[in-house]
Write a protein that binds this ligand. Structure first.
Ligand SMILES: Cc1ncc(COP(=O)(O)O)c(C=O)c1O
Length: 382
């Protein structure tokens, strides 16, 4: 956010800035989504609604999960919330007590840490380097679990790396997880953004015994270009779902009717916009990788999902750019913003200071220009 704000400020000062810093999709929802919202407005009851979420929205999400190959969940397992962020907060609030250990593979989505700090949990970071494609390995997991471990945070595809676990990798993790009595929060919000036909594979389908301890987290934000509409979902064992319904009752009561109608339409209507965007992002990923491959010293595990890439930039540390020594990821990103006007996020924001995140959802015409500037920046290193 700091980098994004600085980029905005420089832009306001008249500088020519390209921002690769914010993780939002660059498209608006399909027409049928707006149509559903308009119709809902016509019939709006203006009343309080269900703490869980209205049945048609819950059913629409269950249908979408089934299309992705996850079956066997019913309305009693599902709870909605004000975006995946709120749903994650609810679940962590329900599960985690002060002092509990929570396993977080790094690089991680920043808000996990902030939420767990609020809960007073002990964050146990599991470093997943570029050499292991930023993916958690079963033996790392086994070594980190203690009697105090309560939860594993698992994000696939990943923000910030764009990494996607293969079917075999998911099966290997599931085989390890089934041996330990811990909860798994599977943050699946990028599940529709998968490239190269590799498919999306889930721990609960790999190992059905995990169903008692896995929570699926989802959102319409990234898939349908609806981050501001604020609709998220979870599927969990009934007891936990019930606790989260109670938390909703206490904190928010319900999501607005019009928003629910739009979200249901997005989930159950034509998926053409999402599919088109997914193809477009795969092409952009290729442009990003082609650029990185031309930068001497830079390595970047190939992302196969979401809309992020996370190159290792440690080759630049200790070197000079236009006379200034770059000591770390923050120096690199700050110098890049100042000198060539490109905003990326330092990896330390995600617990991996050897990298930086580039989010490639900018305007189409900005991408080649932004990438050329990044190439120029690293080419100027002394
Ligand atoms: C991995 C991950 N989880 C959850 C969220 C939150 O999504 P929502 O907009 O549904 O709150 C984000 C948003 O950037 C994210 O990247």
């Amino acid at each position: 956010m700091e980098i994004a704000l600085k980029a905005k400020r420089l832009k306001a000062e008249g500088r020519d800035i390209i921002s690769f810093s914010i993780g939002v999709p660059n498209f608006l929802p399909a027409d049928h989504v707006y149509q559903a919202a308009r119709e809902a407005l016509e019939h709006d009851s203006g009343q309080y609604g269900s703490n869980r979420g209205p049945d048609d929205l819950v059913d629409a999400w269950l249908g979408s999960l089934e299309r992705s190959g996850v079956t066997g969940y019913g309305r009693e397992n599902v709870v909605t919330g004000v975006g995946a962020k709120h749903v994650l907060f609810n679940v962590l609030y329900a599960l985690v007590d002060e002092g509990d250990e929570v396993l977080i593979p790094t690089p991680y989505w920043t808000s996990y840490i902030d939420m767990l700090d609020v809960m007073g949990a002990k964050n146990v970071l599991l470093p997943c380097s570029a050499e292991q494609s930023y993916k958690l390995r079963p033996e790392q997991l086994a070594a980190a679990i203690t009697p105090k471990t309560r939860v594993l945070m698992f994000n696939n595809p990943s923000n910030p790396t764009g990494m996607v676990y293969t079917k075999d990798e998911i099966a290997a993790l599931a085989a390890e997880l089934v041996k330990h009595d811990i909860w798994i929060l599977s943050d699946d919000i990028y599940r529709e953004m998968i490239f190269d036909g590799i498919g999306w594979h889930h721990l609960v389908t790999a190992e059905p015994k995990l169903r008692d301890r896995v929570v699926l987290i989802d959102s319409i934000s990234k898939t349908y270009g609806m981050p501001g509409w604020r609709v998220g979902f979870m599927a969990a064992p009934e007891r936990l779902a019930k606790a989260c319904v109670t938390l909703n009752s206490t904190a928010i009561t319900n999501l607005p009717e019009v928003v629910c109608a739009a979200a249901a339409a997005a989930l159950s209507g034509s998926q053409a916009v999402t599919e088109g965007k997914c193809k477009e992002f795969a092409g952009r990923r290729d442009q990003v990788m082609a650029c990185f491959s031309r930068i001497a010293g830079m390595t970047c595990p190939k992302p196969q999902g979401a809309f992020y890439a996370f190159p290792n930039i440690s080759f630049a540390f200790g070197r000079k750019h236009r006379g200034q020594v770059l000591n770390n990821d923050v120096d690199v990103c700050a110098a890049m913003l100042e000198s060539v006007g490109v905003a990326c996020v330092p990896g330390s924001a995600f617990g991996e200071p050897n990298g930086m995140r580039i989010s490639y959802t900018c305007k189409a015409e900005e991408l080649p220009d932004g990438l050329a500037r990044i190439e120029r920046f690293f080419g100027e290193l002394e």
